[in-house]
Design a protein. Structure first.
Length: 200
């Protein structure tokens, strides 16, 4: 490995370390309570080093959003081979919940944190996030072509289904399911997603 390649790898590793530390801190303490110095302290580097990679924590937050949505998109692609559009939508919901279970810190940053994503709002297009929603709408359009969701606008159907699955995932991630028997939670979640299939 040459000097240039080694330096690029070191930069990539440092960026990964910064993002990993920030993700944990944002999730544990809340975005508003975390400073660039906190992030630097966690990885045991000077705060000046952090500023070599990110201008502020808003930029870090945006990068975490993109990474989370890129991983989420991969989960979505894994179920696109399912032919029946309603079965695919159920699998889509299962992939969504599974992502929240596997990556609760990313899910918190992506969907739960109240932090205004200023970097996202400044962008005319936010490819990482928009393509995941576009894939959901594509699946719904194909379900419509198969005779489901009659007389419902695709945007309304997409928002309704997203809200339904997001509610399930958020309740699980935030540990708000204590009224349910713990040994049956995953079975109940699966049942709720399949209930959505029967509803349409």
């Amino acid at each position: 490995m040459g000097i240039k390649e080694r330096k690029e790898r070191q930069k990539s590793e440092m960026r990964d370390a910064i993002l990993s530390a920030a993700l944990t801190l944002f999730s544990e303490q809340g975005y508003e309570n975390v400073t660039m110095r906190n992030i630097a302290d966690k990885i045991e580097y000077s705060v000046g080093t952090i500023y070599l990679y990110y201008k502020d924590k808003g930029e870090i937050f945006f990068d975490l959003h993109n990474r989370g949505f890129a991983e989420f998109y991969k989960k979505q692609l894994e179920i696109q081979h399912i032919k029946d559009p309603i079965d695919r939508l159920v699998a889509h919901g299962e992939a969504y919940v599974q992502f929240a279970i596997e990556y609760p810190e990313y899910y918190d940053v992506m969907f739960i944190s109240r932090t205004p994503a200023k970097e996202i709002q400044k962008s005319a297009h936010w490819e990482e996030g928009e393509r995941t929603y576009d894939l959901l709408k594509l699946n719904i359009r194909q379900a419509m072509e198969a005779g489901y969701f009659k007389d419902i606008h695709v945007e309304i159907a997409a928002f309704s289904l997203w809200s339904f699955v997001h509610g399930i995932a958020s309740l699980y991630v935030r540990d708000r399911l204590r009224m349910l028997p713990s040994e049956h939670i995953k079975e109940i979640i699966s049942g709720a997603l399949h209930f959505m299939k029967r509803a349409y």
